[in-house]
Design a binder for this molecule. Structure first.
Ligand code: SAM
Length: 245
């Protein structure tokens, strides 16, 4: 997969991809991540990427010309790859694990990081294939949002994680993950649940499933509507509901 990140602050994005798993994925050529300085696509002396809003009002708006030029250039450099152009925007669809899985199937992503008051609307209507928001709050720019999206997508690419690691975690099914423990077995008088040291894999799997159901029920009950529940799962949830009432 190739990912081009279009930004006026490439330095912000430098750090997240130079450490740990994403760094290894880049070194192993599992993903190619390019930081693209939008100012290189300007033609004036000041390398201006923003201008005043038509109609007046507060703040500056990112001009369309450099963004169109950048995206057209990046597409032409990867003509053999189908490309998806994504704008990071508070108005976009809410990012989640399902969208991360969708994006992990793509071959070439171009992500546009907005700044200032936002972006000329013609970028949105004529250049962008998808808009993604990482939550209902406003960041100063799209760089941190892009880093979140790239991190969650890259770890899903084949070879980046051990296969089980990404199939067993939160949201793979719409369930939150069960609790984890490691050594020591007793810490400050808190003991690891005995089932986890029993060596009985069937019982361990059932305990984990039940804890997942319970945590999801208590913290994000709306997710349970989307889960394929077995008769055992339903019995367990009934039991919890009764305990609660
Ligand atoms: N005036 C805009 C509004 O009210 O929607 C906010 C602009 S924000 C200060 C500047 C840029 O940060 C946006 O163009 C977008 O690229 C990015 N951004 C801000 N919040 C975001 C979020 N929750 N998700 C994704 N991108 C975001």
């Amino acid at each position: 997969m190739k990912i081009d990140l279009v930004t006026i602050f490439p330095g912000i994005l430098d750090g997240p991809f130079r450490e740990s798993m994403i760094k290894r994925a880049v070194e192993q050529n599992l993903v190619d991540i390019n930081l693209v300085d939008l100012r290189l696509y300007t033609e004036d002396r000041h390398r201006q990427v923003d201008d005043n809003p038509y109609g007046g009002g507060y703040g500056m708006i990112m001009k369309p010309e450099p963004i169109f030029k950048a995206v057209e250039d990046l597409k032409s450099r990867s003509e053999d790859l189908p490309t998806k152009v994504i704008l990071l925007a508070p108005q976009g669809r809410s990012f989640n694990q399902q969208i991360a899985c969708e994006l992990a199937e793509e071959k070439h992503l171009i992500m546009i990081c907005g700044r200032y008051e936002g972006i000329d609307e013609r970028v949105r209507t004529a250049l962008v294939d998808d808009e993604i928001s990482i939550g209902d709050y406003v960041l100063t720019g799209g760089e941190l949002a892009a880093a979140v999206v790239v991190d969650s997508v890259v770890r899903l690419l084949p070879g980046v994680l051990a296969e089980e690691a990404s199939t067993e975690e939160s949201f793979t099914e719409p369930l939150l993950e069960y609790p984890h423990y490691t050594r020591p077995r007793v810490f400050k008088e808190m003991e690891v649940p005995p089932v986890l040291v029993s060596g009985n894999h069937g019982e361990i799997a059932r305990w984990r499933r039940e804890k997942s159901l319970e945590i999801t029920f208590r913290r994000r009950p709306e997710l349970l509507k989307k889960v394929n529940l077995s008769p055992e799962d339903r019995d367990y949830l009934e039991k919890i509901k009764k305990q609660q009432s």
